[in-house]
Design a protein around this ligand. Structure first.
Ligand SMILES: Nc1ncnc2c1ncn2[C@@H]1O[C@H](COP(=O)(O)OP(=O)(O)O)[C@@H](O)[C@H]1O
Ligand SMILES: O=C(CO)[C@@H](O)[C@H](O)COP(=O)(O)O
Length: 546
């Protein structure tokens, strides 16, 4: 039997999924950064410096790789793994000081031991960072504004996008920037580790840099220069990779240390959202809502016009298509925070409070616990009958449980209403040549919080469509990686769709989880206008205080 490995280096953990020839998952595991690697002092995988600078240590990711591979080496599959691909949290950048170290890896020692000095920047900026507003405005101004940057690259400038992160390091950390030999994204960093030499960024993940032409998938010289000066092209070295094909065989280090197959091929790695798109194999009218550390909304698009509030990214397996995406920072960590302050850290209590609070049009809340991406705002804004409150809700009998429940309900409804308002706008833009816009038919839910059926029912009610989940594999980004690994061995002779169809089984069809209560949907539809109006007021209030 041949096996295919998918890795996913997400915000909070490094996960793996191993599939066989017929796409059955045979092994899954994860190294959790907080639980398994506490010495790096991260909180939920990240280090917060002051208000808006958020990083993770690349050496922690290297050590997670050491741990995961030692666990994998204890399985009977290791020597029959034919190919590896995978995913990384998007936008984060790794700064290599000494690539030579990768060529000289000694199989008797860990990677952590040997790559201690490999990085010129010990803390990599990650997607949660929002400290590059100045660089964003400069980048937009250099091409004539946010709309033009979105037209060129698929997105206006966002604080977390890699080009703006690189620009800040170029401007503020000159010495470390000059010491940098090469720059990787989190995804291509994983592929680089396994290859023992620099791996290209794949075009789908490079769409999250603000530096790649969204149509041709080539770097745009002017944007490279604006972000990282004349040396950046040299530090990236390679153009974005738009094919899924073998880059080279795995470095001999892994063969000698772990007994991996010397013929095991390393494929390009992609962004975690693109990899989720692969695992879900989206059909027209499907939309993925991923409730991971971030909340994201994904759609496959054949044609599209970039907007200034959503992202247009290259499709991971179809050069001529796109992925439309919305991304929210206040996803699971904000829900988790509410669980901790209102529900003693218990999801069941959280759900009881949520269900005890009825739907209402009286109370509305916007909970930007962390600096939000869309809209760009921070803080908590509560409204009672359209009026901004100074403090908490005053709920008739003022019982604590009721106030907690109203806040939890307002937070969840507000998260999902924001997705609906913006998804509808994104789909409206997906008909650039006058064709009818795609209609939303179903939502495929994934990510850690998709384990919570109460949340999924509200999601279904807000959108008025049924929710489905994949039956195979608990983590879609690493499953997508495993499928990409296999596809890379076949892509010369078959399409991705044909490869998937060949092994379709009853349990490879997504499973129906819940259906909408259409009375609730009408209620939410009637709130959309007021929701947008109050959101504008909240954003205005935020801008007054900044
Ligand atoms: N029952 C639950 N209800 C709501 N959220 C949950 C539940 N179980 C797990 N989660 C959330 O899932 C999150 C992790 O999701 P995951 O997709 O694994 O994240 P990532 O891929 O970014 O590391 C946790 O932060 C946690 O808050
Ligand atoms: O910034 C984005 C997408 O643009 C995030 O979705 C990151 O890719 C983090 O992913 P998770 O750890 O939440 O899966």
């Amino acid at each position: 039997m041949k096996y295919y490995l998918g890795l996913d280096l997400s915000t909070q953990q490094l996960k793996c999924t191993l599939i066989n020839e017929t796409h059955t998952v045979v092994f899954e595991d994860a190294v959790n950064f907080g639980r398994d690697l506490p010495k790096y002092n991260t909180e939920n995988g990240a280090v917060l410096h002051g208000n808006d600078i958020v990083t993770s240590p690349p050496l922690m990711w290297v050590e997670a790789m050491d741990m995961l591979l030692s666990r994998l080496a204890k399985t009977p599959y290791i020597s029959d793994i034919m190919a590896i691909s995978g995913a990384g949290q998007q936008h984060g950048t790794v700064y290599w000081k000494d690539m030579q170290l990768l060529q000289e890896l000694d199989p008797t020692r860990t990677l952590t031991d040997q790559l201690n000095n490999a990085f010129s920047i010990a803390q990599s900026p990650i997607w949660q960072d929002s400290s590059t507003t100045k660089q964003c405005r400069d980048l937009e101004a250099s091409v004539g504004g946010p709309e033009e940057l979105a037209r060129l690259t698929g997105s206006k400038a966002y604080e977390r996008f890699s080009g703006n992160q690189i620009a800040k390091i170029y401007q503020d950390k000159k010495q470390q920037y000059n010491d940098t030999e090469c720059i990787s994204l989190v995804s291509s960093f994983m592929a680089t580790l396994l290859l023992g030499k620099l791996a290209p960024m794949d075009a789908a993940d490079a769409s999250g840099t603000n530096m790649m032409d969204i149509r041709t998938h080539q770097w745009i010289d002017h944007l490279l220069e604006q972000c990282g000066g004349p040396d950046l092209r040299h530090k990236l070295r390679l153009e974005p990779e738009e094919e899924v094909h073998p880059l080279a065989a795995i470095n001999r280090y892994y063969v000698e240390r772990y007994g991996m197959n010397s013929g095991c091929q390393i494929m390009p790695f992609t962004g975690d959202n693109s990899s989720t798109q692969v695992a879900m194999n989206l059909q027209l009218g499907d939309c993925v809502v991923s409730l991971g550390t971030s909340d994201t909304v994904l759609m496959s698009l054949k044609e599209a016009e970039p907007t200034t509030e959503s992202h247009l990214m290259a499709h991971p397996t179809d050069k001529s298509a796109y992925m439309g995406m919305l991304c929210y920072k206040n996803g699971s960590l904000t829900r988790q925070h509410f669980r901790d302050i209102y529900a003693d850290g218990n999801w069941d209590v959280f759900n009881d409070l949520l269900n005890a609070a009825p739907m209402t049009s009286r109370y509305m809340g916007f909970y930007y616990w962390m600096q939000e991406i869309i809209p760009f705002a921070k803080g908590i804004y509560r409204f009672d009958q359209g009026r901004l409150l100074d403090g908490d809700f005053i709920v008739c009998d003022n019982a604590n449980a009721k106030v907690a429940g109203v806040n939890i309900r307002c937070m969840i409804e507000s998260q999902f209403l924001s997705m609906r308002v913006r998804l509808e706008r994104m789909m409206g833009g997906a008909n650039s040549s006058g064709n009818q816009s795609p209609t939303l038919k179903r939502i495929l839910a994934t990510g850690g919080a998709s384990a919570n059926l109460c949340l999924l029912q509200i999601l279904s009610n807000v959108f008025g469509v049924s929710i489905y989940k994949n039956q195979e594999g608990s983590n879609s980004a690493s499953l997508g990686g495993a499928l990409l690994a296999k596809y890379g061995t076949l892509s010369k002779t078959t399409t991705f769709d044909d490869m998937v169809k060949q092994h379709q089984r009853s349990n490879s069809e997504p499973e129906l989880i819940c259906q909408p209560d259409l009375t609730a949907t009408s209620h939410y539809t009637s709130l959309l206008g007021e929701y947008s109006r109050l959101e504008d007021l909240a954003v205005h209030q935020f801008s007054l205080s900044h």
